[in-house]
Design a protein around this ligand. Structure first.
Ligand code: NAD
Length: 360
């Protein structure tokens, strides 16, 4: 029986990389009934919202979706559709494996680490007050009344909530993932030396959870030192569990260890719904030119196939991607440039997908 999957092509490079991904998945022989629905700025005029109700209903019904990136206006305009989807379905866990593949163009080899990012809280919660909003003055009074030095009156405020329950479930997820996938160590990343309340809570809960997993090594590290450590000795890390914002930033850093954003897949997992998407954004600088690297999206589809119980097909696709990259003849410009300093001789998005299909 076919697997029902919602496909949101997204915008920017989204339609190109999702079409390449879909062709590869279909060529693997897995029977997927794709329900293609649109979200983002392109549907605003028609539906008055970038995330129409029928898109949410479709995902509620299939429980599995894969999406291309969706542009979020910077500074003003609508809030992130990506963040809204994670919050709507309580997709609290963002899993981003970073695995080296020969020919990926990275300076590093044999990287094998996994970012587990909390996906619903922190500065991403969307609780914000613009400069001049009456709440800013009220907050200032509240802070003064608590005996703390308040902020400048012309401030804008973003609130950083981190809860015991939210921290516990993401750290538990990281440990369960480590056990299930035969990993040996979990590192909790924080800035608890400065944000003693919010990050301090995250660290305290992480330590409590770690005690229940004596078979898995545990340590914690401050986020700035983690960034330096990842660049200097990434082999010292295995599974990293982080609050939302640090997870976002460190994910891109980790993508840079395995050839760049075009190589880094991801999954947003909740209790009963999962949405798969690459780590990267809509890359407007290269959109519509058939030059984006679809590997991250194809590898995200592999994570989806694992989730759907189609692990054999996922493995075949991963091997075909590896073979294509290792052969080095049909690689996209980002990979070729990283390898040789020039994109000369690279192939386009769809030609890369054709090469992967030929290697299936
Ligand atoms: P980005 O990830 O889109 O691009 C950063 C750089 O990486 C660019 O130079 C881009 O060309 C390159 N790049 C990204 N993906 C690539 C690929 N597959 N192949 C080759 N090169 C690739 O980050 P940005 O430019 O900061 O963000 C653009 C938009 O995407 C913003 O509106 C942002 O909010 C949005 N965004 C969406 C998601 C999502 O949909 N989940 C995630 C991150 C950013």
């Amino acid at each position: 029986m076919a697997h029902d999957v919602v496909l949101i092509p997204g915008d920017g490079i989204g339609p190109e990389i999702t079409s390449a991904m879909r062709r590869v998945v279909d060529a693997s022989g897995v029977d997927i009934a794709w329900n293609v629905v649109d979200a983002g700025a392109g549907v605003m005029d028609e539906f008055g919202t970038p995330l129409p109700e029928h898109v949410l209903d479709a995902i509620r019904s299939t429980k599995v979706a894969i999406k291309g990136p969706i542009t979020t206006p910077v500074g003003t305009g609508f809030r992130s559709v990506n963040v809204a989807l994670r919050r709507e379905f309580d997709l609290y866990s963002c899993v981003r494996p970073c695995l080296s593949m020969p020919g990926d163009g990275s300076r590093y080899t044999d990287i094998d680490l996994v970012i587990v990012r909390e996906n619903t809280e922190d500065l991403y919660a969307g609780i914000e007050f613009d400069e001049g909003a009456p709440e800013v003055a009220e907050l200032s009074q509240l802070i003064e009344a608590s005996g703390q030095k308040t902020f400048k009156p012309d401030s804008a405020i973003s609130v950083k909530p981190i809860s015991v329950s939210g921290s516990r479930r993401i750290v538990e997820y990281a440990f369960e993932y480590a056990r299930r996938c035969g990993r040996h160590k979990v590192t909790a990343v924080h800035k608890a030396n400065i944000m003693k309340a919010s990050d301090g809570l995250f660290l305290r809960v992480a330590r409590e959870v770690a005690e229940r997993y004596p078979d898995i090594e545990f340590n914690d590290k401050i986020v700035d030192a983690t960034c330096m450590g990842l660049v200097q000795d990434p082999y010292a890390f295995d599974v990293l569990v982080l609050p939302n914002l640090y997870g976002d930033i460190v994910s891109d850093l980790a993508a840079g260890l395995v050839g760049g954003l075009g190589m880094a897949p991801g999954a947003n997992i909740g209790r009963d719904i999962a949405i798969f998407e690459a780590t990267h954004g809509s890359a407007p600088d290269i959109a519509g030119k058939d030059i984006a690297n679809p590997t991250a999206e194809i590898l995200s589809a592999c994570m989806m196939l694992d989730h759907l119980g189609e692990g054999a097909a996922a493995t075949r696709i991963r091997e075909a991607v590896k073979k294509t990259l290792a052969a080095g003849e049909s690689v996209t410009g980002d990979v070729r440039r990283a390898q040789t300093g020039s994109a000369e001789g690279c192939v386009g998005t769809q030609a890369f997908a054709d090469a992967v299909i030929a290697n299936l």
